[in-house]
Design a protein around this ligand. Structure first.
Ligand SMILES: NC(=O)c1ccc[n+]([C@@H]2O[C@H](COP(=O)([O-])OP(=O)(O)OC[C@H]3O[C@@H](n4cnc5c(N)ncnc54)[C@H](O)[C@@H]3O)[C@@H](O)[C@H]2O)c1
Ligand SMILES: [Zn+2]
Length: 353
């Protein structure tokens, strides 16, 4: 039996203006409960006021503000959230609302999922990356000992509300980070979406709601088929075996690389591996290379051994072997492919000048 089970309505995602959604009804269902809103410094500045002034039920909500950035996705900060909830007397029947990017939804979901053995949480994603990826699918977590998402749970939010109004204040660089995950969704599942995305010149303006929605749909479809990542869900990690290693490598450096940016680099290198180890054809690889290089700079550590060592920690590995996802063509991805150091080295070295 699975340790975690997902309800029939798992991954309920509602689109559109928040004030016209079921969010208000849900808040009323929690009218007797204590409520807290988790934000970071930026979503406090740009998104919180709208929420607090639009929903009377949140008038007395506790507001918990985290320092912005991936460095906050750690146990110490999580403990501060638990401290605040404890001091405010939160119990099993109370509610946490995560209003932010993937850092806030990952950490908030994790904090809620084990506080008093689990309290209800709602995600309201405010970055493109959180909308198309982090806020849906039930994975929560924090980084630990330099490893990405080393500690975490599978735990579904009560609901995720997607209101694209929040994107109006998102910095351009953050649009690009979300774009990397959208590219990934297209590469693993949808050649048409891939063509539409790669035709965009300007990421923030030209990305339309339809493309964003399709990205979310792909994630939902894959997750619903395999919620606990026993098999097919692993394809969502395409680009992440190398991407996470690069992100972890730079995590505590003076030049940290954001998750989306690291994933973009991972997509390129893992596509290259797909050409050498699987059946991805050269034309498709070159199209992927053009798309990634157009939007992202390739910041690739020279220390290949350190990257390989970080890849050993990947959660998809089995029997001490690195397992990776490979494209057989754009739109078709295979998981659980063994990767030998020699093959990795040959491709990686072509990117070191
Ligand atoms: N759980 C999952 O399945 C999953 C999937 C993909 C990524 N992730 C995680 O998501 C995280 C990355 O998410 P992210 O890129 O959203 O990071 P983030 O939450 O750090 O947000 C990026 C930046 O954008 C700012 N921001 C967010 N919304 C804003 C808005 N509306 N206006 C202005 N600024 C805003 C944030 O304050 C931050 O500075 C990583 O930790 C990654 O591991 C999780
Ligand atoms: Zn990711």
């Amino acid at each position: 039996m699975n340790a975690v089970s997902f309800s029939e309505h798992a991954f309920s995602v509602e689109w559109g203006p928040l004030e016209a959604s079921k969010f208000n009804t849900l808040l009323h269902a929690f009218s007797e409960a204590k409520k807290a809103v988790l934000v970071d410094e930026n979503t406090q500045e740009y998104c919180l006021e709208f929420l607090l002034t639009s929903f009377e039920a949140l008038a007395d909500a506790e507001v918990i503000v985290l320092p912005a950035g991936e460095q906050s996705k750690v146990l110490e900060i999580c403990a501060q959230v638990w401290e605040t909830l404890t001091e405010a007397g939160f119990g099993r029947h109370d509610l946490l609302i995560n209003l932010g990017g993937g850092m806030v939804t990952d950490l908030g979901g994790f904090a809620a999922s084990i506080f008093k053995r689990g309290i209800t949480f709602i995600n309201i994603p405010t970055s493109l990356l959180a909308i198309v990826d982090a806020s849906i699918g039930g994975k929560t977590g924090i980084n630990f000992a330099s490893y990405k998402n080393q500690i975490g749970t599978f735990s579904e939010p009560k609901a995720t509300f997607i209101d694209l109004r929040f994107l109006s204040t998102l910095p351009h660089v953050e649009w690009k980070n979300g774009f990397a995950e959208l590219l990934k969704h297209a590469l693993i599942a949808d050649p048409d979406l891939w063509l539409k995305l790669t035709a965009c010149q300007e990421i923030s303006e030209e990305l339309n709601q339809q493309m964003i929605r399709r990205g979310v749909e792909i994630k939902q479809e894959v997750v619903l088929a395999d919620p606990l990542e026993k098999g097919k869900r692993k394809v969502l990690n395409f680009g992440h075996t190398i991407g996470h290693a690069i992100e972890s490598y730079y995590l505590h450096s003076d030049t940290p690389v954001s998750h989306g940016h690291a994933v973009a680099i991972g997509l390129l290198l893992e596509s290259h591996l797909s050409m050498t180890l699987s059946s991805l054809n050269q034309n498709e690889f070159l199209a992927i290379e053009r798309a990634i290089k157009k939007h992202f700079t390739l910041q690739i550590p020279r220390d290949i051994n350190a990257i390989w060592e970080l890849m050993q920690q990947d959660k998809k590995n089995q029997n001490n072997e690195v397992r990776i996802c490979l494209l057989s063509r754009i739109g078709v991805c295979q998981h659980d492919q063994k990767l030998a150091f020699e093959d990795f080295e040959r491709v990686y070295n072509t990117y070191l000048v």
